[in-house]
Write a new protein. Structure first.
Length: 276
């Protein structure tokens, strides 16, 4: 689950945030592997049932039951008052969509964000699902957004900067004629769902906090087909593109490595279900 970006930080504030960043121990990381693996399994379970005609609330209930049956707690339910297990955001909704009785339709895309709390640690991942046959523009949006996630993750290594992640994502997205949402960002994750640092999906190389081996980040580009501008609905949660064009969202929980990042929330089983 992404977070609203705070105002631009001054150098002394950056130093304070760096001091707040939590480096995970090997024991912490093993526990995070378990919570993140359950997130990945929950997404794969969603992928096995998602289809035209299913209600968004049914998907939410299926996910909650699966998480609880496997020893986890839905991370989003009750978080700052959010009422459900999943954020489900169809089509022009960017993030934080509240599941309801509306049905998925052929041609829709559904961005589904899922979090789990287990053994004292959180896991967090998002995937945008195509429903039936989708338009070529929608497919391009999904492909570019997912690939931009991996472009960012390539920079999640010791000694790089938070800005390197956002720069890589932004360059790839904008080179494909799409736009990056600015107000919502990725984040550190661990014993809290949202920890320092913020991880914007845009930025400059060499700027922001220095990445250190053992940090764990939720990297999550939110990409729009049209304008980058967004607005928030009166429910206080749902975010929609200002021009009502489609938006996509993909997210992984990632360990910053010495030479290479480790992804804790694989999409492999999701895509096996979708392509099977």
């Amino acid at each position: 689950m992404d977070w609203w970006i705070q105002e631009e930080l001054k150098e002394n504030q950056l130093e304070d945030i760096c001091n707040m960043i939590k480096i995970k121990t090997e024991e912490d990381i093993e526990l995070m592997r378990a919570s993140s693996n359950l997130v990945a399994k929950t997404h794969a379970h969603i992928a096995s049932v998602i289809k035209a005609g299913i209600t968004l609330l049914s998907l939410d209930k299926i996910a909650e039951e699966f998480i609880r049956d496997n020893g986890g707690i839905p991370a989003f339910k009750g978080y700052n008052g959010f009422p459900n297990t999943l954020c489900i955001s169809p089509n022009e909704q960017v993030v934080h969509g509240i599941p309801n009785h509306s049905k998925a339709k052929d041609g829709d895309i559904l961005s589904i964000d899922c979090g789990v709390y287990m053994n004292g640690f959180y896991g967090d991942s998002a995937y945008t699902y195509p429903i039936g046959e989708i338009s070529q523009d929608a497919q391009n949006l999904l492909d570019v957004t997912k690939q931009s996630l991996y472009k960012g993750i390539e920079h999640c290594t010791d000694g790089n900067f938070v800005g390197d992640i956002g720069h890589a994502i932004q360059c790839y997205v904008e080179s494909n004629g799409m736009s990056i949402v600015r107000e919502l960002v990725g984040h550190g994750i661990g014993k809290d769902l949202h920890e320092s640092p913020e991880v914007p999906n845009y930025g400059e190389k060499g700027r922001g906090e220095v990445l250190k081996e053992g940090m764990v980040l939720a990297v999550e580009p939110m990409v729009n087909l049209g304008t980058k501008n967004i607005y928030q609905h009166s429910d206080g949660w749902t975010i929609t593109t200002a021009d009502n064009k489609f938006s996509a969202h993909f997210e992984h929980t990632v360990i910053v490595g010495k030479n290479q990042a480790e992804i804790l929330t694989s999409f492999k089983n999701i895509e096996s279900q979708l392509n099977g």
